[in-house]
Design a protein around this ligand. Sequence first.
Ligand code: PGA
Length: 222
Amino acid sequence: MKKLLVANWKMNGNKQFAQNFIEKMNDVHTEHDVVLCLPFPYLYIGERKNFSLGAQDCHDQEKGAYTGDVSASMLKDFGCKYVIIGHSERRLYHGETNQKVRSKAEAAISSGLIPIVCVGEKTHGDNPDNIMQQCAESICKGCIIAYEPLWAIGTGITPNVDEINQVVERLNIGYNAPVIYGGSLNPNNVVHIMRDAKISGLLIGGASLDFNAFQQIVHKLI
Ligand code: PGA
């Protein structure tokens, strides 16, 4: 079945790196939907054959005096199809609340983008009710939900598949939305997680910065 594979580069790379990566991606043929969420300046680069473009944030207003911000319609103008909203790093470093996340997701949808809204608990073993509360306040119709436990991001530690499934099952009851998983994915753990967790795809951070690792991930998923 077709999976959604989202690469989140965060604030990494440079022009040369982005050009090389994109050039090589154009030779990676896959039946899956691959999305590269690049830093804003690199969204303009080159021809895109085998992947869609995504951004890592947008503003919730269409335009105005918001220095440093980028609107969803600007991203759409540059060929973006997806935008990550409410990543835990945005929530932490930019003080984004659930309400802000929801209004950004709504702005993305109004502009024709698909928002990938991130939710997840801070520490292993947190009450999953907190995630449901986070969703209730930040998800709107038309979102893809990215379940990203904060303790699994960039740590090399992942939840086991049962733990992922417990959250996904609750999300499936509450929301008619695809759920993807993110946090410490790499070519060695994606097959097992994708096969046994009830998810529609993956959100990949660190491993998406290594072309060979990312290509392996794309090719390993059937
Ligand atoms: P990671 O990041 O794959 O490096 O853990 C995932 C994310 O933050 O989206």
